[in-house]
Design a protein around this ligand. Structure first.
Ligand code: OAD
Length: 250
């Protein structure tokens, strides 16, 4: 990790009043959750776009549920890691902090983050597309047969996540846009930056004059927007940065 860049990022965070962060699957990688576009991300050789869509669900709800059951099972044993914990600590250190996540695993909240916008929903939610049922169910794997059925209308229930081609949860993008527009420092952590509209938030923040800090072991579609790029794992980089912010704010 470039220590000089980490120090610059920490100093900017320590001086900022308003900080926002956009996170992606890389933040949960160190909790043992495979990223979507990294090794182990394909399920039975299929890309997420082939499974996470209303068209795929209409064609084969059982197949789509088997994919989500697989992810739910991987997540059932996952615990927040150093990156989640550092972001939760940062929230306590900065006067105003907003966390926007593309992750559906709920690990930010479990680590103690309070202000979290879940842009893509939550994998533990199970809901009826007709609106009869909307509940949190942490059972993994779900008991067969799949798909689970709505107790009222008997139609197939679906995971409470956002699929490709669907609108984001009501209010979520507005809250995320406000977070991007108002940030003095905008962290982009563990996302490939290829899925919209989430990725546009980093560009929006940069366009409004925020210092964009990227933390990712690889170059991404958002690297060109970042004023500071840290090529490191999220746990190591965020722990070091937030330790320094903590010292500065003492
Ligand atoms: P991706 O799988 O596209 O990208 C994960 C990123 O995490 C990559 O850029 C990796 O380099 C990086 N990464 C891996 N290990 C890391 C670590 N230890 N620390 C930091 N970064 C690390 O996942 P997302 O960008 O989150 O959407 O994908 C965006 C959306 O596409 C997801 O929310 C999901 C998916 O299809 C929906 O399901 C709607």
């Amino acid at each position: 990790m470039d220590l000089d860049a980490a120090v610059r990022a920490a100093d900017a965070l320590a001086a900022a009043r308003r900080v926002s962060a956009l996170t992606g699957a890389g933040v949960s990688a160190e909790s043992g959750v495979p990223t979507f576009r990294g090794p182990g991300g394909l399920w039975e050789g299929r890309r997420p776009e082939e499974l996470a869509s209303p068209v795929a669900f209409a064609a084969d709800p059982e197949l789509v549920w088997r994919f989500y059951d697989w992810r739910r099972t991987r997540l059932a044993g996952a615990r927040p890691n150093a990156a989640h914990r550092a972001l939760a600590r940062l929230e306590q250190l900065v006067p105003s902090f907003e966390l926007v996540t593309q992750n559906v695993d709920g690990l930010h909240a479990e680590a103690g983050s309070r202000r979290v916008v879940e842009l893509h929903g939550n994998i533990w939610r199970v809901r009826c597309p007709r609106g009869c049922v909307d509940e949190i169910d942490r059972t993994a794997p779900l008991p067969p047969p799949l798909p689970p059925r709505c107790p009222r209308c008997r139609g197939p229930l679906r995971p409470g996540v956002v699929w490709f081609g669907e609108a984001l949860p009501p209010g979520a993008f507005e809250a995320a846009r406000r977070a991007a527009e108002s940030a003095e420092v905008f962290l982009v952590v563990g996302t490939s930056g290829v899925v919209e509209p989430a990725a546009s938030l980093a560009r929006l923040a940069a366009g409004r004059g925020a210092l964009v800090v990227e933390i990712n072991p690889d170059v991404t579609a958002l690297t060109d927007v970042a004023a500071i790029s840290l090529r490191a794992g999220a746990g190591e980089a965020l722990s070091a940065i937030v330790d320094r912010v903590e010292e500065a704010r003492r």
